[in-house]
Design a protein around this ligand. Sequence first.
Ligand code: S3P
Length: 441
Amino acid sequence: MTQGNQSKIVHPAQRLHGHLKQPPGDKSISHRLAMLAAVAAGESVIHNFLPAEDCVSTLRAMEALGARTFFADDGALHIHGTGGKILEPAGPLDLGNSGTSIRLLAGLLAGFPVTVEMTGDESLRGRPMSRIKEPLEKMGATVDLLGPNNCAPVRIKGGNLQGLEYTLPVASAQVKSCILLAALGAQGDTVVIEPRPTRDHTERLLQALGIPLTVEGLRITLHGLGAKGLPLTARHWTIPGDFSSAAFWLVAAAAQPGANVKIDRVGLNPRRTALLNVLQRMGAHVAVTPQKELGAEPIGAISVQGAALKATTVAHDEIPCLIDELPLVAVAGALAEGDTIIRDAAELRVKETDRIAAMVANLRQLGVEAEEREDGMIVHGPAKLKVAGGVRSYGDHRIAMAMSVLALFAPEPVCINNIACVDTSYPAFWSDLKILGGHAE
Ligand code: S3P
């Protein structure tokens, strides 16, 4: 959690309008490429790497483990990989607020004969880690959870892993990716079975790097390379725009009749874009134009024209494919006619904060009727927004930005507190708001 208590006043905005030509690089892909390039042989060059706090946490960790990295004058990130070795760092690695860093890195490290301790901020030290301990220990690693309630710090003692067949108890791309990265260094095949489809960036990147990985429905098989080590080779990559960052503007424009926003070069991985289907069901005018694929990912331009929205229900298989956009679905629900229902989303309770409790409290703070459910919420729209006081970010970047989007629709300026957390995933959020005609100070 980013510390500090800076706040922003977000002003009401009429008719957002404009074109974002280069949205920030995808956060999930930035993490994964930083890790893979750091253990590859040679120098990888990564364009549009997301220079946000979470991804910088991964980069710093990879440096402590032996990689060398620098940003060139053209903004590209250069990573000199270790060629399949890991240095044992002098002290614990601090992964800040980043669940993706700690969970994926735990998997990668488990494949090496090293002992490494990882920790993070107060939010990260409150998030569940048994979900990675169980499969990694079944593969032969030792994973000690040193914090209270099976939380970080996490100490990994890796090496000599065996493949396993594992059905994920929760639909989590982080846990899936943790196991696949561990499987790279294991003897034999590892099979991961997902209960529901989750984002598949790791699978796509590993396949692009020539790793023997096959996908049949929800069953992923990776043939481990064991003691032969990782034969990853360096290469050039360009990271697509982050759909989850674009989503703030898609929702802001979709709910505002007269608004018109276009965003280019956005990642369109089908396991990330369920929000587009949800917005279309709600009556939004959304058009997608495919553009030339980047790396292993489909991309395109998304245009949205504002409309009066109607409520919808979001549940089942849709949830993992818009897990990070659910605070925004709640915002859209507040602006739509009828009751918007979010179900099957208990995972929201263990994100950077409890996003169900945080969103319901914040919506009420702006005069929206909303009810908390164990696995989701019901939002009664359309709300007549009123500003009774400030809203709280709870130190969670996505809560801060989702509430900033709702604030654009309020009758008067809204103060959002503890706003520095936005830098966790989207440092350019405020400048992009300005490009689209919004105003915050
Ligand atoms: C991520 C997966 C999701 C998501 C997170 C990033 C990833 O978490 O919420 O922001 O990069 O794999 P879970 O897979 O644990 O739901």
